[in-house]
Design a protein around this ligand. Structure first.
Ligand SMILES: NC(=O)N[C@H]1NC(=O)NC1=O
Ligand SMILES: [Zn+2]
Length: 450
């Protein structure tokens, strides 16, 4: 008897957890219901993926879409569209730089209302942990946050206060009980603050002065301290946007003695170097800063070794006016959520022979597993019909007009990529195709299955 699927993707090379295989994949009621060679049975929609690689749609674990409240920088509409254009089907939005910050249930619900209306793709939310909201962690957990985010140093946003040691201890004890992870932006507060003050006092505001004000030790020292807190409290710890190979080493050592810690890195720490930042200017300013080539080589080795759990974008845009000025003084944050997968195809797969299934793990599977999002992140029976169709050899030069961000700004404009996302499918619905957004907002809220 012939079957009737909602969608069949035929003749593609599927990136499955166990390897790459040529097969068809069928979706009904938003879920993958069959994987096999030349599936019989018709479908309401047939997608010919001959010559294409079919990745699991990516989940970006770390974005700042700034909605509600700072929509002059980015919005959920533009951010989620950009994500889809880069093969993304889901994102976890940070508790800052939206306004109000996501520090209690009321503000969580305000953000949820916007996303329900505007998000093209699926979304989860981070709650914040600051000295001011230790009594609100339980209510945020009930709302369904995927985890909590804290800053060891100044966050750039006055209302989102840094986590002092008391807050770290009490907060991590509470999160251990709630079974939710804490992600920490690890840079030593006093050293970054005082080196920055000193640099400003001496009018040292160039890109190199900025690097000197945030040296590797600020990350390494703080990662080590946060691991100690995690080890003693039993809280699951995720190091945000790790930038130095030495800090990755600390995470690996801690894991090997049983500490529940892992790390995320960001495309730009793998793709750009300090010399690139010097060339590009403030568009490539972020914190922690992008490091040198020697460190980057070691970061790639750690990535290949499985020591980095997932790769996100830390998409942190702003009004371009805030990037206009002396390097040390301007906003730190890079617009990147549209280019993570093409960046990894170019620099990980083509340049360094990182296997495609490893790239799928780093962009989709691991992040969903770590945050206990059920049924998302891989091409397997029963999972959401989420796919990114990729022409692996199709090259393109990124043009500002290609970007779906509120501001068409990226450090990669003018760069050559090899590996083009041609179509993004969310739970069986095509949301992006051939350079265009082709769906209304259909994103739904993702909560951890604890
Ligand atoms: N507040 C904010 O978005 N900060 C981000 N920007 C950046 O470069 N690193 C961050 O953590
Ligand atoms: Zn961030």
């Amino acid at each position: 008897m012939s079957k009737r699927y909602d969608v069949v993707i035929r003749n593609g090379m599927l990136i499955c957890p166990e390897g790459v295989k040529k097969a068809d994949v069928a979706v009904s009621d938003e879920k993958i219901v069959e994987i096999g060679c030349e599936l019989s049975g018709d479908a309401k929609e047939t997608i010919d993926a001959a010559g294409k690689y079919v990745f699991p749609g990516a989940t970006d674990g770390h974005v700042h879409f700034n909605d509600p409240g700072r929509t002059e920088w980015e919005t959920i509409t533009t951010g989620s569209s950009a994500l889809a254009a880069g093969g993304g089907v889901a994102y976890f939005d940070m508790p800052l730089n939206c306004n109000p910050c996501t520090l209690d249930a009321k503000n969580f619900n305000a953000k949820l209302a916007v996303a329900q209306k505007d998000s093209l793709v699926d979304y989860g939310f981070w709650g914040g942990l600051t000295p001011k909201n230790l009594d609100n962690l339980e209510e945020l957990a009930e709302c369904g946050v995927i985890g909590f985010k804290a800053f060891s140093c100044f966050s750039g946003i006055d209302e989102f206060e840094r986590m002092d040691d008391f807050t770290a201890l009490v907060g991590m004890e509470k999160l251990a009980k709630l079974g939710l992870p804490l992600m920490v932006h690890c840079e030593n507060a006093e050293i970054t603050r005082d080196l920055t003050t000193l640099a400003l006092a001496n009018n040292k505001t160039t890109v190199r002065d900025y690097f000197a004000a945030r040296p590797p030790i600020t990350e390494i020292e703080n990662v080590s301290r946060m691991i100690t807190f995690a080890e003693e409290t039993g809280c699951k710890l995720i190091i945000a946007h790790i930038s130095t190979a030495k800090a990755v080493e600390l995470v690996t050592q801690a894991r090997s003695r049983g500490v529940d810690v892992c790390c995320e890195t960001i495309g730009h720490y793998l793709i750009l170097t300090d010399d690139d930042v010097e060339r590009l200017g403030t568009v490539a300013k972020c914190s922690p800063p992008i490091r040198n080539n020697g460190n980057q080589t070691k970061m790639w080795a750690k990535l290949l070794n499985g020591e980095i759990a997932f790769v996100s974008s830390d998409h942190s845009p702003c009004d371009p006016k805030l990037k206009d000025g002396e390097f040390l003084k301007v906003w730190g944050g890079i617009s990147a959520c549209q280019t993570t997968l093409p960046g990894l195809l170019t620099h990980a797969y083509h340049e360094r022979k990182v296997p495609l299934e490893e790239i799928a793990r780093l962009t989709a599977q691991n992040v969903n597993e770590i945050f206990k999002i059920q049924g998302k992140g891989k091409i397997a029976l029963g999972y959401d019909g989420d796919f990114a169709l990729v022409d692996l050899d199709k090259e393109f030069t990124l043009q500002a007009e290609d970007l779906f961000y509120k501001y068409q700004v990226s450090p990669y404009v003018g760069d050559r990529f090899r590996g083009t996302v041609t179509q993004t499918i969310l739970r069986g619905t095509t949301v992006f195709k051939d350079g265009k957004i082709v769906s209304n907002p259909i994103g739904k809220h993702l909560r951890p299955n604890l």
